[in-house]
Design a protein around this ligand. Structure first.
Ligand code: NAD
Length: 398
């Protein structure tokens, strides 16, 4: 199967592709932080991060680099994983009081999503909760640089900020919060422990695979997503088994970045709906819940887009020569099951402590809260319930 043989429903309409103005990628690129701030005409930086001991020396190093360039930065280190709206409001107040003219996010998706809020709040005066939704941010924020320390979300290149509102996740979605610079230094991810490497890597892979399945996918998003898939298949196990392998860390940092660029315009499908429904119920991290759901999503889409799934299999390096398209697609699904297991993520909801009786309610919530207009197969209550039941039992391709 070749990309050129795919028919893209999206190309019947006008398509848009959004991305940051600049992506700085490579080991040591963190040292360019002061240069990038100056280029953006910033002089009073706010650094947003979390109190993560493993990142303390990284933040210290960047503060020193900025100080050496004559910039005294303030550090807001009260970010938290899967940040609550209350933390976002607190940060907005802090940022407005400090009148910063540039914001730097140093952390994973949670930190970068908060950095977007800080940047936006410096030019938009309302409480953050009033900007939750699509295209509700009237003005671009102050210049924003995001430096990821995980390799998963690709938030450094997207127009989303995901916040926890009560038990729900809600997004600020606006082109005005896309970072001006994504500064991706794989060195910053080298301190991630194996479980975090696994979960975040699965997030990158899910985003990329879901984008390929999406009706909004374009040849451009597919090029990016398939390369992200290829890199994850090659490097995730290596990074998981040897966190100090900087080549593997670079491969995964690039995979996450390309995955963010892809899904930002190509859009997600069923996987993130499933994971965002069951993940918060048992406080399972975003990436791990994405990994659990991924094989079932591919299985669900097999009857409608076998060609796309066979392209995914080929990108992962699965031997597909001579196989009919649907067999090639199935081989790709089996590859993903093995990858999920190899990085220590369970492939069933039963193994995560769920009861079978919970599946009906989860399916109902999923369909109501997370509709996916770009899903290539209709997400009816019955169909999603069946996916949840298969996921509970750990039944893929049967
Ligand atoms: P995270 O930012 O929530 O961090 C998880 C944990 O990793 C934290 O406890 C943190 O202290 C630790 N950590 C981070 N970097 C580390 C490092 N280098 N070494 C050791 N520990 C480190 O994790 P994440 O998976 O990157 O982000 C998840 C969040 O991003 C979720 O809220 C999710 O909804 C959101 N998200 C946003 C987008 C987007 O486009 N904006 C996309 C996908 C996900």
């Amino acid at each position: 199967m070749r990309l050129a043989d795919i028919t893209y429903p999206s190309l019947k309409n006008v398509t848009h592709f959004l991305s940051p103005r600049k992506i700085v990628f490579g080991i040591g690129s963190r040292k360019d932080m002061a240069k990038e701030i100056r280029r953006l005409e910033g002089s009073k930086p706010l650094i947003v991060t979390y109190a993560e001991p493993k990142l303390a020396s990284t933040v210290e190093e960047i503060v020193k680099i900025l100080h050496g360039d004559g910039m005294d930065s303030a550090v807001y280190s009260r970010a938290e994983p899967e940040p609550r709206i209350e933390v976002a409001e607190n940060l907005a107040t802090y940022a407005r009081k400090g009148r910063f003219d540039v914001v730097i996010g140093i952390g994973g998706g949670s930190v970068m999503d908060l950095a977007k809020i800080a940047s936006m709040s410096l030019t938009n005066p309302k409480p953050v909760r009033e900007y939750l939704g699509v295209d509700l941010v009237p003005k671009k924020g102050v210049p924003l640089i995001c430096a990821p320390t995980t390799a998963g979300t690709g938030s450094e290149v997207t127009m989303f900020s995901v916040l926890s509102v009560g038990k729900k996740k809600m997004d600020v979605v606006s082109p005005h919060i896309i970072p001006d610079v994504a500064l991706v230094d794989p060195f910053l991810t080298a301190t991630m422990p194996p479980e975090l490497t696994a979960g975040t890597g699965m997030d990158a892979l899910s985003q990329a695979i879901e984008t390929v399945t999406s009706l909004a996918a374009t040849p451009l998003t597919d090029c990016l997503a398939l390369t992200a898939i290829q890199l994850t298949a090659k490097w995730l196990r290596v990074a998981y088994n040897d966190g100090g392998d900087i080549e593997a860390r670079s491969g995964m940092a690039l995979a996450a970045n390309l995955s963010g660029l892809a899904f930002g315009s190509g859009k997600l499908t069923l996987g993130h709906s499933l994971s965002q429904t069951f993940g918060p119920v048992r406080k399972i991290s975003h990436g791990v819940s994405c990994g659990v759901a991924l094989p079932y999503v591919m299985d669900f889409y097999l009857p409608v887009i076998p060609e796309k799934l066979s392209l995914i299999a080929e990108a992962m390096g699965v031997e597909t020569r001579g196989l009919p398209v649907s067999e090639a697609a199935k081989a790709g699904i089996r590859f993903v099951v093995r990858l999920v297991e190899d990085v220590g993520i369970p492939v069933s909801l039963k193994a995560l402590g769920f009861e079978k009786g919970e599946m009906a309610e989860l399916a109902e919530t999923c369909v109501k809260e997370w509709p996916r207009p770009n899903s290539p197969r209709e997400l009816t209550g019955g169909a999603v319930r069946e996916v949840f039941e298969k996921m509970w039992e750990g039944r893929v391709l049967t």
